[in-house]
Design a protein around this ligand. Sequence first.
Ligand SMILES: Nc1ncnc2c1ncn2[C@@H]1O[C@H](COP(=O)(O)OP(=O)(O)OP(=O)(O)O)[C@@H](O)[C@H]1O
Length: 640
Amino acid sequence: MSSLSWDNLKYSLQPWIRTAVEAMGFETMTPVQASTIPHFCANKDVVVNSYTGSGKTISFVIPVLERLIKECGYKGNENSGDDIDKKMKPLPRGQFHTLIVAPTRELSNQISKVFEKFIEFYPYNNDIKTLLLVGGDSKQSVQEDVQLFLDTNASILIGTPGRVLDFLSSSKVSCKACGCVVLDEADRLLDVSFIKDVESILSFLPKQRRTGLFSATIDSAGMNIFKTGMRNPIKINVKPSVNNNGSKTSKPSSLAISYIVLKPELKLKALLTLLFKYKYKKVIVYFPTCQAVTYFYSMIQHILQILRENGGDDSVQPPDDLKFFSLHGKLSTNSRVKTLRQFEETLLKCCLLTTDVAARGIDIPDVDLVVQMDPPTDTDIFLHRCGRTGRANNSGRAIFMLNEGREEDYIPFLAVKNIEVEELENFTIDENLYDLESIHSWILQDRSRFDESVKTYVGFIKYYSRHSASSIFRLQSMDYINLAKLHGLIRLPKMPEITKYLDITMNVSNRQLMENGGWLIANPVNMNKYAYSDRQREKKRLKELQELSAVRDKNKLKRELKKKNLAWSNKTETKEKKLERKQKLSIKRKAIEERIKLEETKVQEYNDDDEVDWKDLIQAKKRQKNSNNNSEVQGTFDDL
Ligand SMILES: Nc1ncnc2c1ncn2[C@@H]1O[C@H](COP(=O)(O)OP(=O)(O)OP(=O)(O)O)[C@@H](O)[C@H]1O
């Protein structure tokens, strides 16, 4: 579409930036770039809402570089007659020009790479330097970050909230020259988990600066966007093109979202069928918890080993080149970055098992399938997860699994949010891929696997209880025994939720199960003899066992045993209660914001697809008047 030609951008770019854009193969702008770059390059704060994979990163990277060149005396405009050897005016030591904050280390790292790609085209000797502030590794302390900053004179800082805050708190860092701040995935940065840090970060920065907020779900930030101290911001809202039947949609047309309804115990078999039988090359699979990623990763390795050793029917053979990776927030930064790089670079058929740590912002263009083992607790995340495929007009498929029964209500729930989904057609799960007994034997080989299976199972139940769509995802409707089969549990853990469930659904087999101590295998195991394969761990366990058997005082023994056997849910109670409180607070906050938003909409009735002057909106709210600052977005990404 000719209006998206870079020549038509309503701002004149530095020639080297233009060269960079062309060299990277970006023949035309995306709509969000066409709409955002001119405003953010000029003296405007921006609030940008644009769907996943629509090119938001470059829509702030270019303005940041443009502003930096102008405001810090970097040479840039080749036509200005600047002498290449003329001394530039660098920022004084200890000062920086731009701060970019992103919620995860992976995303910060990715943004810094995009900057680096552009900077390679900067034609002068006085390099523009960036500095990554992500923490999480003992290798590099904040002091070392500060020293690196002083040594390199970095003018663009990119990092996660915690580490950025620590960095800015150093007396050696001055924020005086900071002229621009960007919050990428701003709704996440402004939610309960980050807002305090973000507010503190912003309080360090000069008031006379430009602010840019970017996300595919910015509306979820509600009124919190005003906590960023923006001045007269422009709202840019880019929607994907309307779908075939002309109705609104929240996803790009290059992305197809499908679902599978099944019994929980079949989920892993469904995933493996998708991976073994279909031609998807690069797949991301979302699990609910870090524990689940680790546990199912090792269970899959075990299944692959059995399948490869046994040969057998061709239809159930995993492809030879299929490689699995695992990534979650409890791993070190180094290993997270390394795994993501390997996943990105491998030419083999590969599958990344991960959590929501890789749900937002991650850009790996050739991911052709995203699988969600369960819907996320927050609907916004659903779109972010799906959006890891079908990016930049490349086609992609996202598949999510729903347990039979009440969870099927999630489909109309998504429709209300303009998220179109369809049932996955002609898909048959290969139920013979592996049998439950082989998983049980694997667990019985090592007590640590038993511990992991129980932790993962309990973690899932806790996760489930935190769903924001709690009328659909109800603990009372959960099939706990079938879920236990998915996890390969040999025994049901003691949890009030499960006891309640077994009480309610008391049928003959459940009664037997309860009388049988919750064992899900034919021959209960003698727990005293159930050993860890790790020698040290086993030694420790045996020692503790011996100490317990030496306790003569019956009451003391009872107390000790109680401590050891406390219901899993109670053990983690304080941590869980904290999280629950946070969750409740967040839901309450969202409800209040929704109400305020609704009131505002009534007052202003502004058009979603237009740019809106937010300061005017506030004034309009006060005066109960309509805002009149409207202009059209320049096109849709599908036109590229
Ligand atoms: N003008 C362009 N033409 C073609 N491709 C582009 C253009 N601009 C960006 N891209 C590519 O589009 C992909 C998605 O860009 P980006 O990661 O910025 O999306 P996003 O809108 O931030 O998505 P998300 O909300 O998921 O983070 C990247 O691979 C990027 O290289």
